[in-house]
Design a protein around this ligand. Structure first.
Ligand code: UDX
Length: 450
């Protein structure tokens, strides 16, 4: 629906019933280029191939492209290998961006938007690919739609991407080419399932043609599609991540309080989460959030708010609480031993289970604090050791979790399922993630918020 300012107001397109859906098999195959082969690009491309579309992955790292071309995922993500292998006939890879643009009608920008030192967003990669796409559009005869999937601050597509595309191509947006925002809500470790069973797809467009292309693309998922403006769509992504991060820091603050009062915060949140207004999801207290999104996106929103003259007090507290939380493990450990000279075992290095990603992993501040106290570290993770070694080359690693259990104390940092199979009898365990078996068996057990 068009709003009074000549813009779309949000429209929710509800999924079709099964009988309505029967015509979907007749949907046209689209030719799509995916720029960026990280978590977002790799998963999006593989899943769109599964929906029947022809995909060209565009990247700079030929090793990653070769992996994809041989049906192997360039990242650790459950289910992704199988999906790439199954759809190989629909997938090609290239380092030649102009060639990919020329052979496709849709392009997803899936490049990284990391943080600058001051927390603000670094848009260098978005800027660089916008220049390349724009130049390629100049000689592209067809109507091309560019979709920004990278997480970018509200206004970025309109004030940065579109002007670059128009200048480089000497073409007019919405006349000669289309553009849309389509944020991702994929969780690492369950990204493939999240793509197909998302609560909603958000599409931000300022013109009818781009909107109908994206509606057609996502209709087969049979999930609600929320259609809105580009700027609003960009803000939905930040607001979602900021809210979830806030919920976790809130759970941790209440959890710290519960710990002081001898109350199990998990019991509390179970009772509170039964209220449908609150929901039980993303309500696990512990040692805080890490990963490539929550810390970076909340910091970027804080930095952006300040440029607009708004002091984001809640978001600032969310980050501060998150930064303090790993320290709780050390405080609890000190209650039970003098750390200096002891060997401390670390279970889990990835920022969450089912991922090899160590970006902003809570293991980083935990190990730094232990080193400051003069401890020797021995660490285990099922898949993230190689990535962690790049950050901490000098601590000891083991491929046998049992070695960690033989240390003077064990700290549980990531809740890998296989840690439920270990024997914690007789051990001193400080648990940052609530592992039930350790809670029941350990000789001395402390949970961070329970
Ligand atoms: C997140 C968002 O969930 C996803 O929608 C967005 O697209 C990318 O960022 P991701 O970072 O992959 O996904 O993982 P997520 O499951 O959200 O966990 C993030 C961090 O929060 C992890 O460190 C996790 O341990 C922590 N967490 C999560 C909690 O501490 N408590 C919770 O209740 C949930």
């Amino acid at each position: 629906m068009w709003g009074s300012g000549g813009r779309w107001s949000g429209t929710l397109i509800v999924p079709m019933s099964e009988s309505d859906n029967q015509g979907c098999s007749g949907l046209a195959v689209m030719k799509i280029s995916i720029i960026g082969t990280g978590y977002v690009g790799a998963v999006t491309g593989a899943c769109l191939a599964e929906l029947g579309h022809d995909i060209i992955f565009v990247g700079r790292d030929t090793k990653k492209l070769d992996l994809i071309q041989s049906g192997k995922s360039p990242i650790y993500e459950p289910g992704l290998d199988q999906l790439l292998e199954k759809n190989l006939s629909k997938i090609t890879t290239t380092i030649d961006l102009p060639d990919a643009i020329c052979k496709t009608a849709l392009t997803f920008i899936c490049v990284g938007t990391p943080s600058n030192d001051d927390g603000s967003i670094d848009l260098d990669q978005v800027r660089a690919v916008s220049h390349s796409i724009g130049k390629s559009l100049a000689s592209d005869d067809g109507y091309h739609t560019i979709i920004v999937k990278s997480t970018v601050l509200p206004g970025t597509s309109e004030t940065l991407v579109i002007p670059i595309l128009e200048k480089e191509s000497a073409k007019k947006v919405f006349v000669d080419f289309g553009i849309a925002s389509n944020p991702e809500f994929l969780k690492e470790g369950s990204a493939v399932a999240d793509f197909f069973h998302t609560d909603r797809v958000v599409i931000g467009t300022n013109d009818l043609k781009s909107r109908s292309v994206l509606e057609e693309l996502y209709t087969p998922l049979n999930v609600p599609i929320y259609a809105t403006t580009i700027r609003t769509s960009e803000m939905i992504k930040y607001t979602s991540n900021a809210f979830l991060a806030t919920k976790i820091s809130f759970a941790n603050e209440i959890g710290n309080l519960c710990k002081k009062m001898g109350i199990d915060s998990y019991d509390v949140f179970r009772g509170v989460g039964l209220d449908a207004r609150i929901s039980p999801h993303f309500f696990r207290s512990g040692i805080g959030f890490g990963g490539s999104c929550f810390p970076k996106d909340v910091r970027a929103l804080i930095a952006h708010a300040r440029t607009l003259g708004v002091e984001p007090q809640i978001l600032t507290a969310v980050i501060e609480t998150n930064e303090d939380q790993p320290e709780k493990m050390i405080e609890l450990l000190k209650r039970h031993m003098y750390i200096t000279g002891k060997t401390i075992g670390i279970l889990g290095l990835a920022f969450k289970p089912d991922s090899d990603d160590v970006r902003e992993s809570r293991a980083i501040p935990v190990i730094e604090a232990l080193q400051k106290e003069g401890a020797t570290i021995i660490a285990y993770d099922p898949v993230a050791i190689d990535n962690f070694k790049r950050l901490f080359p000098d601590i000891s690693y083991t491929n046998d979790a049992q070695d960690v259990l033989n240390a003077d104390a064990v700290l549980i940092v990531t809740e890998w399922k296989e840690f439920e199979d270990l024997d914690y009898h007789g051990k001193l365990v400080i648990d940052g993630r609530r592992l039930e078996k350790a809670r029941k068996e350990a000789a001395v057990y402390e949970g961070v918020c329970w």
